[in-house]
Design a protein around this ligand. Sequence first.
Ligand code: MRU
Length: 349
Amino acid sequence: MNAFRSIEFLDEGIVRMLDQRKLPHETIYNDYLTYEEVAQAIQDMVIRGAPAIGAAAAYGMALTAHNTGCETRDALISELATASEALARSRPTAVNLFWALDRMNKRIADPSLGSVSALQKATLAESHAIAKEDVAINKAIGMNALPLIPDKATIIHHCNTGSLATVDYGTALGVIRTAHEDGKKVFALLDETRPRLQGGRLSAYELKEQGIPFKVIVDGASGHFMRTLGVDLCVVGTDRVAANGDVANKIGTYNLAVVAYENGVPFYVAAPTTTIDMATKHGDEIEIEERPASEITHVRECQITPDGVEVGNPAFDVTPTKYITAIITEKGVVYPPFDENLVALMDAD
Ligand code: MRU
């Protein structure tokens, strides 16, 4: 466990999040009392990373029930429907958000929950279950990845996929952490991950805290390090895996995957099955979030481009299956052909 947790629900009806925009230099926790505030926090990236966003949405629903002024079950159900719609609009790409809301809404629809207090208890229990399961899933992903990691390995990682991007532990960064805890000599090359610098700020913060050796590199340096230093594998997280195995992840993942392919470096995606979206046939169906221009034109308060320039700021890209060696899940490691093997994985208990 870390000294910090990305999100928690306090008994008095508060969702508390570690403000990831301020890390690594300031450790500030923000308290939220309404679903509108939680939705805004997701949009503003106070909390980010697919599984963490899912947990935030679930807690946003529990918070709505806990702090409601509604006196009847039907009125609360209607308020929860409004909350679910607002939370669903916060960010479009990470499927965990929609998965978590769907799970919460199914629980709320249980006709045996006949009172306001029954709904309050059930939504809180369900959101806690989502958060707890996420930690266990991440640890299982790390264990399933162990046979894929050489005893001495240089590993490129993109974005932040650790405790901060989940409820705790992490997916791709969790793979590196498990290997380290298992005694393997891992060395991470952390893509800094423009424009929000999740690698240079957040992954570096986590690995430093955990005592795992690493170097921060600029996103464009991965090919250079593959050719000169020798890289054993890449491991990244994902915001949505389509049914054919195409993977949406932080912008720059596709570039990394192509360079890895050209250099014969295995490219692994660490994904909880909650990030696999069998309803999306292929990557082109995934909505790619376009973020504000200021993320490119400015670094914090400092403008780095000329005034008034046009920018393109897709937050994610899609890596086609051709470049993916395997998808590591809590249920096992999936190899190509992904369209067949993902069906088998999702059908397995
Ligand atoms: O924009 P972000 O920071 O929410 O993007 C996060 C990523 O792309 C992560 O790599 C992904 O969610 C996997 S996290 C376990």
